[in-house]
Design a protein around this ligand. Structure first.
Ligand SMILES: Cc1cc2nc3c(=O)[nH]c(=O)nc-3n(C[C@H](O)[C@H](O)[C@H](O)COP(=O)(O)OP(=O)(O)OC[C@H]3O[C@@H](n4cnc5c(N)ncnc54)[C@H](O)[C@@H]3O)c2cc1C
Length: 471
């Protein structure tokens, strides 16, 4: 797949006269290739703003016929630059954001370029919510087709578990439906590896009746870490999804020392929430922004991820979470930010979404195989100068290995159930990322995208087991 030449740009403009097409000499070029993390930006040869399924299909036909490199951009939050191209064609979906609700079935139909906050706001008018993420401006396509964790995961599973059907533009430009009854193999594959199979121009989700919730941030000093981990284990132990929390260690903008911010969520009344979270409230948070709010206002925590350059990785953290292990990751973090002061806004985040919802589904019910009795830990090295990149990458690699080794060790010593045993944790090579589902995924990939046109998110046909743990 190659970069686009000047003559092909002219041909593209002639073929799509009604579309907004941005080239390196356009005034809005810099904006069109901007991504959430600076080092994931790449100089596209051309950015085309599709407005309909027909546009997307014709564009894919055009790029295929001319063997051009293609990137698909939802809202640009990929941590690995999966929505960027070096000199190729970027199909930007940001003009495809329609959202509609079927009030008989509570099905929510979302065009492939919508962002989470808009979806939450639109469906709230109908008293509904869906499994969506914690960051307001993440794109629905990238979020939902690769898994998708959010406040409702504890109760209803992942975003992929709630996809009813999707309209997909395949690599040859054809448009198909993926659902339980139409192309069921594709339906299985897109629920966990969607970006590897085509462009989802629309996705239908199961929505849930939803009232106001109790949520917000509780900020603690790192001395509270042990008690916080103890409470996180309580959440994992007892919750069937009504409560959830995310614990972030880091030096927040404006603070001069690392703190622990706990984003909390309770799907019920204020009294119930305060009763459940009493052990945390009694610890005496330095700051407390918790209150009752509409579900659509529970995003924002993810928005705090520092802008600029970033490297990230992650893994699974076994239940019950070991406070000593968390302390030791924190010690590593302190050493790292001392050695690399430019990276002082780096973060470690523990996603404590109760596993009740994800375990309602088996490991191979969808292509997503990261189910088990564990939470996720996300490592994010944030920096401002290019020269800090190697040190940040090295830290991520060390943290990844430490988390991964402990995860695998705990599988053995804890004698976990079969689902947990095959859980993969975040941030691995394609083969390890899809674990027990890998072979089947590759077989389906060879049917729907044999030329490997869609390879930027995960290169499923890459033979090597080389790990892409730094994202
Ligand atoms: C600040 C931040 C907060 C986050 N919070 C959460 C969270 O709470 N829960 C969670 O699970 N994840 C979270 N994530 C991870 C996030 O869901 C993924 O990075 C996701 O891929 C971003 O989607 P996007 O459309 O914004 O990004 P993009 O970079 O535009 O796309 C990511 C990948 O998806 C592909 N893609 C996008 N749209 C489509 C489509 N319609 N059809 C086919 N392929 C498509 C792109 O080609 C690319 O390969 C977060 C990430 C960040 C940076």
């Amino acid at each position: 797949m190659s970069a686009i030449s000047k003559s092909l740009v002219q041909k593209l403009k002639a073929a799509f006269p009604e579309l907004h097409i941005v080239t390196p000499d356009s005034p809005d070029y810099a904006k069109s290739i901007e991504r959430n993390i600076k080092n994931t930006q790449k100089p596209a040869g051309v950015v085309v703003y599709a407005t309909s399924t027909k546009d997307v299909a014709s564009l894919v036909e055009f790029t295929g016929a001319n063997s051009l490199d293609v990137a698909v951009c939802g809202a640009g939050h990929s941590r690995i630059g999966a929505s960027s191209t070096n000199g190729g064609v970027c199909i930007d979906l940001s003009k495809m954001q329609a959202i509609s609700v079927d009030t008989n079935t509570n099905h929510i139909t979302v065009q492939g370029g919508a962002v989470l906050q808009d979806v939450y706001m639109a469906v709230e008018k109908y008293g509904l919510a869906l499994v969506g993420g914690l960051c307001s401006n993440v794109g629905i396509g990238g979020f939902a087709l690769m898994g998708g964790y959010g406040w409702l995961t504890g109760a209803h599973g992942l975003a992929v578990d709630n996809i009813v059907r999707a309209e997909i533009v395949l690599a040859d430009g054809s448009v198909v439906i993926a659902s339980r009854s139409e192309n069921p193999d594709l339906y299985w594959a897109i629920r966990g590896a969607g970006p590897c199979f085509g462009i989802a121009t629309s996705i239908v989700f199961q929505g849930f009746v939803q009232g106001p919730v109790w949520s917000g941030e509780l900020t603690f000093s790192p001395a509270a870490l042990g008690a916080l981990v103890e409470f996180a284990n309580h959440v994992l132990n007892v919750s069937k999804g009504e409560s959830s929390m995310v614990m972030i260690q880091g030096q927040l903008p404006g603070s001069t020392e690392p703190l622990v911010v706990v984003e909390v969520f309770y799907n019920g009344t204020e009294d119930e929430a305060k009763g459940f979270f009493a052990p945390l409230l009694k610890l005496g948070p330095i700051k407390d922004s918790t209150k009752m709010m509409p579900f659509s206002q529970t995003t924002g925590g993810g928005d705090d991820i520092p802008p600029g350059f970033g490297k990230g990785t992650g893994g699974g953290i076994m239940e019950p979470i070991d406070a000593d292990f968390v302390e030791s990751l924190y010690e590593d973090y302190l050493t790292f930010i001392k050695n690399v002061p430019d990276a002082s806004e780096s973060l470690i985040a523990y996603e404590i979404h109760p596993t009740y919802g994800t375990l309602l589904h088996s490991q191979n019910e969808t292509a997503f195989p990261n189910r088990g009795t564990f939470g996720n830990v996300v490592i994010y090295a944030a920096y401002t100068k290019d020269e800090s990149a190697p040190a940040c990458e090295e830290w991520c690699r060390k943290m990844h290995d430490k988390i991964h080794n402990d995860f695998e060790r705990r599988k053995e010593v804890d004698g976990v159930d079969d689902t947990t045993k095959t859980g993969v944790g975040l941030g691995e090579s394609p083969k390890r990322l899809y674990g027990v589902n890998y072979e089947r995924l590759v077989r389906i990939k060879r049917i729907y995208d044999p030329q490997n046109v869609f390879n930027k998110c995960v290169d499923l046909l890459k033979e090597s087991e080389e790990s892409s743990i730094i994202q």
